[in-house]
Design a protein around this ligand. Structure first.
Ligand code: TYD
Ligand code: MG
Length: 455
């Protein structure tokens, strides 16, 4: 029999190489390559995979009847919204996020709510002692919820315990990085262990109809620790985001085999746990002041949900010839560089001797391209020291030519702005009018700058 080939797996990013090296060629991290046994193919399997002899599988059309997946609402509306309507039976969900962001708190609250509805709920903690979880539940006022709680890390023990006649409807594993499968060697948290443990748990969930929730920690570069593989294995991936120093938390669906990935849930971390935020716009807006320069409100869209956020810019002129800094929080720095370049090349404004800082208030992260015009407004306002009217919002996409382009869902954005008391919108000329908010339309960025500077 041929000697099995050695392979090395990066514990950081999960990339595989045939040769050990001190530094991972993919993510660049040091000392992260670990030998991995990989899949061992027995001569028996090899023979059966090589020679045909498989059974016929049945094929059918796309229009064949399908039962809708059975869902269990958690009773936390913001969580159900991100999930697309609740947890799905016989499915696996991964919740990723930085340590301390509130994953355990959210799941404990969901577990308690569902248990109080009469569903069988098991919460297995590999990170905290059972008493610690109990104390937290008591502090959250959930001490009397009939959640089955255990502190364990052995997947075999967990599945033996829960695999009886009545498997739980919801099983929470906090976290997958602490789990250990004895089918495979290696310490908990390594790629092969995480993969094997998840595989066993997911198989259990699919076979027994349990909704499985895995908590996964995120690494510094934002990927789930080690196991990118895990994202492929589960049905739904939720990312729990936010700045720990801020109160707000956003639960975002990154992948969802049972629904869309464009919904978010918004929470605020309070002393009595995570509170749902039904009206996120009010959260991200500071009180508007007519005299402050460099700030503008942008009606962002999260899926089908409008969220008003404040964009803040600061432009500091440098006296010396030092290289000016550009710093961005909550937006794409490449996109900022592009907007600055268009303002310089098409509108004759100069930022080259100024430092530029851009911040999205409240720890919110904007990915919507419609933010371009709002960012330009904040930058021009900061540079010219002329405030943007406090009752106006701005949105629109900017092309390299300087053209201001219409964006999707203008009506939704305008409606939300109107609801929160804004009366004007600086927007693309081609954007359709809708509702009570008055539109000031611009065909290109030069016109817009002219309007801002009163020239
Ligand atoms: P936790 O759920 O333990 O985070 P994770 O599981 O993602 O690591 O949340 C920990 C943080 O949340 C901790 O820093 C304290 C804070 N917190 C509150 O502010 N209020 C609360 O009611 C709870 C339970 C936690
Ligand atoms: Mg935790």
């Amino acid at each position: 029999m041929a000697k099995p080939k050695k392979r090395y797996v990066c514990q950081q990013c999960g990339s595989v190489t045939a040769q050990w090296a001190g530094q991972c060629g993919d993510c660049g991290d040091w000392n992260t390559l670990v030998e991995d046994a990989g899949a061992v193919v027995t001569p028996f399997q090899a023979k059966h995979n090589l020679q045909g002899g498989g059974r016929m599988i049945s094929m059918s059309g796309l229009d064949a009847d399908v039962p809708l997946p059975a869902r269990m609402a958690s009773g936390i509306a913001e969580l159900d919204r991100a999930l697309g309507g609740g947890f799905v039976e016989a499915s696996a969900t991964l919740i990723g996020g930085d340590p301390g962001i509130g994953k355990s708190t959210l799941l404990l609250q969901a577990a308690a709510k569902m248990a109080l509805q009469g569903l069988g709920v098991a919460y297995v903690s590999g990170e905290e002692a059972a008493d610690q979880v109990r104390l937290r539940a008591r502090r959250l006022g959930l001490g009397n919820a009939p959640v089955q709680l255990a502190a364990a890390t052995s997947v075999r023990d967990i599945l033996t315990t829960l695999g009886g006649a009545q498997p739980p409807a919801l099983l929470i594993i906090d976290s997958i990085q602490t789990m250990h499968s004895d089918l495979i060697e290696g310490a908990p948290g390594t790629v092969s262990q995480v993969r094997a443990s998840a595989q066993e748990l997911i198989r259990f969930a699919k076979e027994r109809g349990t909704a499985l929730v895995l908590v996964g920690h995120v690494t510094k570069d934002g990927s789930l620790a080690g196991p990118r593989v895990l994202e492929h294995m589960v049905d739904t991936v939720l990312a729990f985001e936010g700045e720990r120093s801020h109160q707000y938390r956003i639960l975002r669906a990154v992948k969802n085999r049972f629904g869309g990935t464009d919904e978010i849930g918004v929470f605020a971390m309070q002393s009595e746990g995570l509170a749902e935020v039904g009206n996120p716009s009010s959260l991200f807006l500071t009180s508007r002041d007519d005299s402050v320069t460099g700030t503008v409100v942008f009606p962002a869209l999260e899926g089908t949900r409008p969220v008003l956020v404040e964009i803040q810019a600061l432009v500091v002129r440098l006296a010396s010839g030092a290289t000016p800094r550009r710093a961005v929080v909550g937006w794409d720095s490449g996109r900022l560089a592009m907007i600055l370049a268009v303002l310089e090349a098409r509108c004759g404004l100069s930022f080259s001797t100024s430092e530029v800082y851009l911040n999205i208030a409240g720890g919110y992260r904007v990915t919507d391209p419609a933010a371009d015009l709002a960012v330009a407004a904040a930058l021009v306002s900061a540079l010219s020291e002329r405030p943007v009217a406090a009752d106006a919002v701005a949105f629109g996409e900017i092309a390299l030519s300087g053209e201001v382009r219409p964006v999707a869902h203008g009506a939704l954005r305008l409606k939300e702005a109107g609801k929160l008391g804004f009366t004007r919108a600086l927007a693309p000329a081609a954007q359709g009018k809708e509702g009570t908010v008055a539109l000031t339309g611009f065909r290109n960025l030069n016109d817009f700058v002219g309007h801002m500077l009163g020239r």
